[in-house]
Design a protein around this ligand. Sequence first.
Ligand SMILES: Cc1cc2nc3c(=O)[nH]c(=O)nc-3n(C[C@H](O)[C@H](O)[C@H](O)COP(=O)(O)O)c2cc1C
Length: 134
Amino acid sequence: MIPEQEFRRVLGHFATGVTVVTTIGDDGKSYGLTATAFTSVSLQPPLVLVCVDKCAESHAHFLTSRVFVVNFLACDHEPLSRRFAVSGGEKFTDLAVRRGMTGAPVLVEALGYLECKAVEAFEGGDHTIFLGEV
Ligand SMILES: Cc1cc2nc3c(=O)[nH]c(=O)nc-3n(C[C@H](O)[C@H](O)[C@H](O)COP(=O)(O)O)c2cc1C
């Protein structure tokens, strides 16, 4: 099996977009994390997927709410990506958001966004693969 460090090093050479994936908890609070493990899957029906680390604090909230928003970041959103790459805490303080149709938060300054309902949650090693209908 490939050593973890080597796996990470090689993956680091794959240029990809950066997203902030958000959801809403049972407590009505907003949760989210920076994620590059996002891809479009299908046009008809419109499906995307996002992989969420089972150790992430927000993971449980994605599992229970079954809704999420994929917010696309622009080049000048590095501070946003850093904010959402830190585990826990008050990531949404002083951030312009609005509730989407699902109740999950949309980042107002996002380049674009997709509101999704998770139609499947697959095992993906130490991640859960959420298949979302847009
Ligand atoms: C560039 C970048 C990409 C990331 N992509 C993912 C990802 O696709 N899935 C994931 O679960 N975590 C990813 N992470 C890590 C999470 O953003 C990080 O673990 C975050 O602190 C989780 O927040 P939480 O514990 O509050 O849920 C990424 C981090 C960075 C900096």
